[in-house]
Design a protein around this ligand. Structure first.
Ligand code: LLP
Length: 415
């Protein structure tokens, strides 16, 4: 839950605003985002890693207002397409603090990045190095994405550090070194750093420590001055009661020690570290509100069907993600239920094996916490359902930062 979330009677108060009021004013489903929690998490990164550049992974919650908060807090921003860059531009995000990522950047993506003057472009293939070399004017700063071969022990769909996958240049095969040399050969490009991102929802600090060791080994082997070492993001966030947050202090300490030690051993200057948190900054700031539309008492289970589903939260279907659910406005005897969505698939399950008051019925309001990261970002229009709004709450006030998608919006694309 967002910091400071409390009960007022049986209503849930988020950022000082009762959930019942948010549902009445903005409708459901509705994604509520607590600004204070987002800013607090961002500051925690800056405080834990004062020597590092903290880059918000904009893909986790693409929204100009959120990018503005990050700019104001002093974070940098990672974008991975011309579309995310357009949001950054709408937020007047300083180009000097933007990094562009992606294993595929189309010509349009690269041209948009160059036109806005994003400070660094992370290259991810030999084709891209050649293409960017031809498009860029003199001195475009470039970072090479490396696959360090580290297993972050997370879901296969979001494990990006292991060998044999689409991201980065393999360290083990020598492709990473070759990529460094290719960038150096391009007169229009200036190599400033190496990047890696071992995965998402990573719990173990040891995986980052091992990554630092391998990356410094590469820095020592390349014979070129590497000013920046971007360790990516992936820091886990708690989704269920009892799960812990990422050990940020432990991470900061162990990465610092490993970096200094390895650089001393290899006799290379210590590069500036970058980290790219997304989920750990915004996940716990978000709460999704749904209205119960129907309750079906099946032969073995009770299904509680709501007015959203896999179009606003595909994470259970994609990653087997688990969520907690709370009924707003009433307590009482609890019973196990399965919360399902409105979409035309049996797999459209938001949460199984959760407990809600036994008399849960149509019209009830449900709140699902930990929905700030990769929810608005992954939302779709499946079944032509408009995507929910994002409502920012702060000190007792609520304001729309993304409006609800209407039928008009949906119709606009059809010819
Ligand atoms: N840096 C790079 C290059 C990335 O690709 C990502 C996320 C991040 C940083 C931020 O990772 P975070 O700190 O948020 O874990 N849709 C999936 C997550 C995909 C992550 C994509 N890359 C999910 O909902 O779990």
């Amino acid at each position: 839950w967002p910091d400071g979330t409390r009960l007022d009677g049986s209503d849930l108060v988020i950022g000082g605003v009762p959930a019942s009021r948010l549902a009445a004013q903005f409708g459901t489903p509705c994604q509520v985002l607590d600004e204070t929690t987002v800013r607090t998490r961002a500051r925690e990164f800056l405080k834990a890693l004062p020597e590092a550049e903290v880059v918000f992974a904009g893909k986790s919650l693409p929204c100009p207002e959120v990018y503005r908060w990050m700019a104001a807090e002093g974070l940098s921003l990672d974008v991975s397409s011309a579309g995310e860059l357009a949001l950054a531009r709408a937020a007047d995000f300083p180009a000097a603090r933007i990094v562009m990522h992606g294993n595929v950047k189309t010509g349009e993506d690269l041209k948009a990045a160059l036109a806005y003057g994003v400070s660094r472009i992370v290259v991810d293939s030999f084709d891209e190095i050649a293409q960017l070399g031809a498009l860029a004017r003199h001195g475009q700063q470039v970072v090479v994405r490396v696959t360090p071969g580290v297993d972050a022990h997370t879901h296969a769909a979001i494990a990006t550090g292991v060998e044999d996958q689409k991201f980065g240049f393999s360290l083990a095969s020598g492709a990473a070194l070759e990529a460094v040399l290719r960038v150096v050969e391009q007169p229009s490009l200036r190599l400033v750093g190496l990047h890696c991102h071992i995965g998402s929802q990573v719990r173990h600090v040891a995986a980052y420590e091992e990554t630092v060791r391998r990356m410094v080994g590469l820095i020592a082997g390349c014979g070129v001055r590497i000013e920046q070492l971007d360790l990516g993001g992936g820091f886990c966030a708690p989704y269920l009661p009892g799960e812990s947050s990422f050990d940020l202090a432990g991470f900061a300490h162990r990465v610092r020690v490993a970096l200094n030690y390895e650089c001393a051993v290899h006799r290379v200057p210590v590069p500036r570290v970058l980290v790219e948190p997304g989920r750990s900054v915004v996940a716990n700031a978000g709460v999704t509100l749904y209205r119960v539309c129907a309750v079906k008492r099946g032969t073995t289970r009770t299904f509680v069907a709501v007015d959203g589903g896999m179009s606003d939260n595909p994470r259970p279907a994609l990653y087997g993600a688990k969520y907690a659910v709370r009924l707003v406005g009433r307590g009482g005897r609890m019973a196990p239920v399965t919360v399902v969505g409105r979409h035309c698939e049996a797999g459209d399950v938001l949460a199984s094996d959760v407990v809600l008051p036994a008399d849960v019925h149509a019209g009830d309001l449900l709140a699902v916490p930990a929905t700030g990261a990769y929810h608005h970002a992954l939302a779709s229009n499946y079944n032509q359902v408009g995507r929910p709004p994002v409502v920012a709450v702060h000190d007792g006030t609520a304001r729309l930062v993304v409006r609800r998608e209407t039928e008009e919006d949906l119709l606009r694309r059809y010819v």
